[in-house]
Design a protein around this ligand. Structure first.
Ligand code: NAD
Length: 390
């Protein structure tokens, strides 16, 4: 344990009921009833519907005589209008419970609809920290990717299309009444989605672990998540039908979500955001691209923690100096990215070098995330990290 922890007061926030297990989706009707639902709005996207993931859920709801309406209008990195539209449908259909089924995009839209059901207006009215006056409609979240951990977090992320930025609604009312984590729902993810979302979970775990706002609780969760992802992501990527690998990735993503919910994030997220908003790349991919470069920059700020990450990823650090051992963590991440065929070079994504100033300006807009980062950054540092990443 980090000895500095003993001189701080730590808060852990994870009141969500979590149900995890193969085939746990069949318990959804029971949970809907427990939270008083009888007419459910299923919030999802066309990819999840095409993968036939609604079928086991519909079957459970039908057997419990629960009526449901499917809203499949979710778009990746969801624009705020998708949430506003879903809230109109929720009201028009007279629903009484929101059921998010999908990746982080669908779960975040479900959170927004739940909030608007009780607070009215548009979701952009509630951006920021603790701007939501009252609890939303009952909500159950069922992840079908193993990445964001949204099923257990107090935040939802949306795209403000007018400002061309990502925005967050951070409120305890974004917590689900229950999360049902059924790894069988993740088997159909194609390898690129498995890779991108799995790396998103890894970034949550690593950023929280090295963050200045890490807590005794986030440490325990993050360490286990790092280990599980290092061991199981390559298998889940290579053999999507491997239920053991999928189980452990689903568990790791939920643990990493709980970790960053009680720890913090940092410069990886800050510098990844502009890649997402400018070039419409997935959240997981942009985080994966920036991770090794920010780690390389950060190691002097927290060498013990990075050395421990190297160990958690299976590297033997015996006989190495602390900084050398910390560098082994960066090597381990680069090897993992190579294995799952994710390039961490910006130039491989058809982004011209002349766009780097635009990325720097976008990254600097997220400077609030530099505060918990283990090494200070100024604009010059941001320029050099993007150059290195190019
Ligand atoms: P996603 O929800 O956008 O899904 C990506 C694609 O995968 C979609 O096309 C979807 O249809 C498809 N898909 C999902 N599950 C599938 C399955 N089992 N089989 C086949 N296809 C499947 O991706 P994501 O990475 O899970 O979520 C990203 C979003 O989550 C971003 O908007 C990001 O900002 C947000 N996010 C939220 C939190 C939070 O705590 N609220 C944390 C991190 C990220």
């Amino acid at each position: 344990m980090n000895e500095n922890h003993q001189s701080k007061i730590h808060v852990f926030y994870s009141p969500t009921k979590i149900i995890i297990g193969l085939n746990s989706a069949c318990q959804v009707a029971q949970e809907v009833k427990q939270f008083g639902g009888s007419r459910v709005l299923i919030v999802t996207d066309p990819g999840v519907v095409a993968a036939d993931l609604i079928a086991p859920i519909a079957s459970s709801l039908n057997s419990g005589d629960i009526v449901y309406v499917v809203y499949k209008g979710v778009e990746p990195e969801p624009p705020s209008r998708v949430i506003d539209q879903g809230a109109e449908i929720y009201e028009a259909e007279g629903c009484d419970l929101v059921l998010g089924v999908g990746g982080g995009s669908s779960l975040d839209v479900a959170k927004g609809i739940s909030i608007l059901a009780a607070n009215k207006g548009r979701i952009l009215d509630y951006c920021g920290i603790d701007q939501v006056p009252q609890n939303g409609a009952p909500m159950i979240l069922m992840p079908t990717t193993a990445g964001t951990g949204s099923e257990v977090t107090r935040v939802l992320v949306l795209t403000d299309e007018e400002q061309n930025t990502k925005n967050v609604v951070f409120t305890p009312y974004a917590l689900a009444n229950a999360a049902i984590v059924d790894p069988l729902l993740s088997l159909s993810m194609p390898p690129t989605v498995t890779a991108d979302t799995g790396m998103d979970a890894m970034v949550h775990a690593i950023e929280t672990y090295v963050s200045m706002t890490a807590t005794v609780f986030s440490d325990i969760l993050a360490e286990r998540a790092i280990q599980l992802i290092a061991d199981h992501l390559p298998v889940a990527w290579a053999k999507g039908s491997n239920t053991d690998a999928r189980y452990h990735m689903s568990l790791a993503a939920t643990l990493a979500g709980m970790a960053f919910g009680s720890g913090g994030l940092g410069a990886v997220h800050a510098l990844a955001y502009p890649l997402g908003t400018e070039y419409h790349m997935t959240h997981g991919r942009t985080n994966a691209i920036m991770l090794p470069h920010v780690m390389r920059y950060n190691t002097p700020g927290s060498p013990e923690r990075y050395a421990r990450i190297a160990e958690l990823m299976g590297r033997n650090i015996d006989g190495y100096g602390l900084l050398e051992a910390a560098d082994l963590a960066v090597d381990a991440i680069q090897d993992l990215l190579e294995t799952i065929q994710v390039s961490c070079r910006i130039k491989d994504y058809e982004i011209p070098e002349s766009d780097l100033p635009k990325l720097v300006a976008g990254g600097m807009k997220q400077a609030r995330l530099f505060v918990p980062n283990p090494r200070d950054l100024n604009e010059e540092d941001v320029v050099s990290i993007y150059r290195e990443a190019y």
